[in-house]
Design a protein around this ligand. Sequence first.
Ligand code: SF4
Length: 333
Amino acid sequence: MTNVLGITTTVPVELAYAAGRAVVDLNNAFVADADPLGLVEMAERSGFPQGCCAWIKGIYGVAKRLGVREVIGVVQGDCSDGAALLEILESEGVRVHPFAYPHGRRREDLEREVGRLAESLGTTITAGETCKQELDAIRKLARAVDTRAWGHGDIQSAVLSESLLALTDFQGDPGACRHRLAAQVDALGVPDVSGAMPRIRLGIVGVPPILTDLWDVFEACGARFVFHEIPRQFALLDGIGLDLVSAYQRYTYPYDFGRRLDDICQAVASRQLAGLVHYVQTFCHRQIHDRLLRERVTIPILGIEGDRPGPVDARTRTRIEAFLEQIRRASGP
Ligand code: SF4
């Protein structure tokens, strides 16, 4: 693939587009692949250990399958497995543009990182700022979908998740992405909830689930996710209208968990959530945050762990049903 630049997590994508690249979020490409499990197994045959997060192996597998020759690599603020993955890709001839979310989120440190990345990609911050204004117009469309989802509850969990995750890379073509989202917003029409079955309003926090039918299982049990914490952060909706550095400083995911908690608690209240799902990935260090989440959030929380791409197993399905029953009982007849 020529001119394609892979990303392994959310980065200042404006700089990549300003530099004339077509961006592919390798996470999205991994789960959209016809055989995501095959990509994980391909990575294992290439020497990735069993005890390593499947997202990392899937990203590696899809980067090989797509023949990606250039990536932006987050060396701080994402995860240590991700940093090791970059070393592997670099050893195989992939060009890596390093980027770090500075610990403590100091503006001058982030400014330096954004400047370094712009230079490495062969563009400027000024060009990135112009590009950001264009991408913000698309983010406003995603914000309209998000607002409609929690305001009226008439957007399916999977649709909301996909609409937000599309903005990590703008699907490689911001113009086409804008058209798709604009059509989606046009099609929303006037909310009609007459006769609709009241659904349990949920939020999901943590890294995006690797389980292929998680949304369907919840929807089939009468629940709906109206808050997708991390996809919403990936879409940078809170950074609309801000300059590049301010927007990526406000982005919560790569920094301390405290700011994420503030964002989550705000959503619990404003979106009137009845429960939260904390999705964690097997072998991921972010699992440790579960304790901090439970210390601060007072609504019911269900922890779900996923390992490899595939459907929800029977035990997890039973736990989901019991969790929703508990919420139903607590909310009365
Ligand atoms: S799930 Fe955790 S370990 Fe896996 S890539 Fe994401 S942050 Fe890293």
